[in-house]
Design a protein around this ligand. Structure first.
Ligand code: ADE
Length: 237
């Protein structure tokens, strides 16, 4: 799978995508990540990427021309074909106005072959980008970041780890939070069995697999009830 990130801060991605599973997935060529510097698609001397908003107001808005030039240079399938699901490609605008990025959206995106992500700036992006260039607009949460770069890195991480072969154990992304049961992950413990007087639940040490399974299911439910009761509404178990 190929991820392409359109940004005014290309150096931003030097750190976040160079560690752990994402790094290994890149090294093993399960995924490829290309960074496109938006300023390279400007035509003026000052490499202008933003301008004042029509109608007045604070802040600057990302101009449409460099964004369209950049994405069009990538020679993707047409927006119509992408949106009809005829091409396994997507152009995603990251902004706080987008639809919420959830595990279900990550799974949907994991079925694509190529994802182009446009990082917005917090003041805004010309709306014609959302309407006519991007296929969808995605937010990683109800808070405002200073730009879409962190959000893009998060999408890469969440989608990359769902690619076949990236996690050693094929089932390990099924057993986790927001997995099949729609519950949070169950609590995990490791040695020592007693730490500062706090003991690991006896059943986990006993080695009775059926009992362990029951305990985990129950503990996951309890934890979900406590931390995220909203998830239980949609629970499948
Ligand atoms: N850019 C700024 N805030 C964002 C958010 N919450 N999600 C995605 N992109 C953003």
């Amino acid at each position: 799978m190929k991820f392409e990130i359109v940004t005014i801060f290309p150096d931003f991605f030097r750190g976040p995508l160079d560690y752990g599973i994402v790094r290994r997935a890149r090294e093993a060529a399960f995924i490829e990540i290309l960074i496109h510097d938006l300023r390279a698609f400007t035509t003026d001397r000052h490499k202008t990427v933003d301008d004042r908003p029509f109608g007045g107001g604070e802040g600057m808005v990302l101009k449409p021309e460099p964004l369209f030039e950049c994405v069009e240079s990538l020679q993707l399938a047409s927006r119509k074909r992408r949106m009809a699901g005829e091409a396994k490609e997507a152009v995603v605008l990251l902004s706080p106005q987008g639809q919420m990025f959830t595990q279900a959206v990550a799974e949907e995106m994991a079925g694509l072959e190529r994802i182009v992500m446009i990082c917005g700036r917090y003041e805004g992006v010309d709306e014609r980008v959302a309407e006519s260039l991007a296929d969808r607009e995605i937010s990683i949460g109800d808070y405002v970041l200073s730009g879409g770069e962190l959000a893009a890195a998060i999408v890469v991480d969440a989608v990359a780890r769902l690619q076949a072969g990236v996690l050693g154990n094929e089932t390990s992304s099924v057993d986790e939070s927001f997995g099949e049961a729609g519950l949070l992950d169950w609590p995990q413990y490791t040695r020592p069995a007693e730490f500062r007087g706090w003991k690991v639940p006896e059943v986990l040490i006993g080695g009775n697999h059926e009992e362990v399974r029951k305990w985990r299911r129950n503990a996951a439910r309890e934890k979900t009830q406590r931390q995220r009761p909203d998830l239980l509404e949609g629970s499948r178990k």
